[in-house]
Design a binder for this molecule. Structure first.
Ligand SMILES: Nc1ncnc2c1ncn2[C@@H]1O[C@H](COP(=O)(O)OP(=O)(O)OP(=O)(O)O)[C@@H](O)[C@H]1O
Length: 309
């Protein structure tokens, strides 16, 4: 469990995190969402004892990181997958980490397996693809078999297979009862994996809610569907509680159901589909408006623009 209370971090004139309070509970994937520069990494660094808060606390299992007896057995993190020695093999890197932290060496084989590093574990890190580096970082995070895990933008730069793999892993870790916090600047990256979302904008809390509620609040998920018989499909979708709008010739925009649900409804009324897709753009835009607006509504002095990255 992670408990953040009144967390504030100031770097000179930049207020990176501003009185942030939220909990991250076990058994769930919690998405930590916000645009670039919103304060996500700073918050994670505070949880991991890498940054000293200006005010407030960030506790892991009720204690600050520095007070944990065996930190790696309690909390693991993927922060910067680049920060490893390129001349070492992945395995050597993990063995050193295990040895210096008093963890059994058998864990190395276990996490190599768990992170899907396979034969790459015996190759030098310098030759790793970004996906392999990411997997190595995840293996290192899992080394102490911790109950609390933080992943900072783990899907950045990964191909579709890598993204799918990480999503599956996060779900499995949460299903095992672990506390999983995963940051992203894109709603679309976490909406399928995270049950809860903590949304930040310019260092402040914007929303702390379930993913379902947030999506509903943003105007809901929309799905575009084109088919031969919209006259049959539209009423069937409405019977399932969806709001359906005709947006073109044989094209419907559906609100309140996922693309999978729409496909199932179409199948149940035997209407072949020619196109079915999520309308991500509008949702992403609504979320950006939400995070951008947080400062205006809060009446804060704007963070200097030079601080944006
Ligand atoms: N060491 C530092 N010194 C000065 N300013 C910093 C430092 N670290 C972060 N900041 C600033 O604090 C703010 C929050 O940064 P942070 O990296 O926590 O945001 P983020 O939400 O993780 O963004 P990103 O997705 O870009 O990593 C930004 O304005 C950033 O420039």
């Amino acid at each position: 469990m992670i408990a953040v209370r009144g967390l504030t971090k100031r770097y000179g004139t930049v207020l990176a995190v501003d009185d942030l309070t939220f909990d991250v509970e076990p058994g769930k994937v919690t998405g930590f969402l916000g645009p670039n520069g919103a304060g996500k990494s700073t918050t994670m660094r505070a949880v991991l004892g890498l940054d000293r808060p200006t005010a407030g606390t960030a506790l892991v299992n009720g204690r600050p990181y520095a007070a944990l007896d065996e930190p790696l057995r309690e909390v693991g993190a993927l922060l910067d997958p680049g920060a490893v020695h390129p001349g070492r093999t992945g395995r050597a890197h993990l063995r050193i980490a295990a040895r210096t932290n008093g963890l059994p060496l058998r864990r190395v084989d276990e996490v190599v397996e768990q992170a899907g590093l396979g034969a790459a574990a015996r190759r030098r890190i310098g030759g790793y693809s970004l996906g392999m580096r990411q997997r190595l970082g995840i293996a290192a995070a899992l080394l102490g078999d911790p109950g609390v895990l933080l992943f900072d933008e783990p899907v950045n730069g990964l191909d579709l297979d890598g993204v799918r793999w990480i999503r599956g892993l996060l779900r499995r870790l949460a299903d095992e009862g672990r506390t999983v916090l995963v940051s992203s600047h894109l709603l679309s990256e976490v909406e399928q994996t995270a049950e809860r979302l903590v949304v930040v904008g310019r260092g402040r809390l914007v929303a702390d809610t379930t993913t379902e509620e947030l999506l509903r609040g943003l105007g809901g998920r929309r799905v575009r569907v084109r088919c031969v018989r919209p006259d049959l499909l539209a009423p069937a979708l409405r019977r399932r509680g969806a709001t359906v709008e005709e947006v073109g010739d044989a094209e419907l925009q559906v609100q309140g159901l996922s693309a999978e649900d729409v496909g199932e409804v179409a199948d149940s009324v035997r209407v072949p589909l020619h196109h079915l897709s999520d309308v991500q753009q509008s949702l992403e835009e609504a979320y950006l408006a939400l995070t951008a607006g947080s400062v205006e509504f809060a009446g804060q002095d704007p963070v200097p623009t030079g601080a944006d990255r």
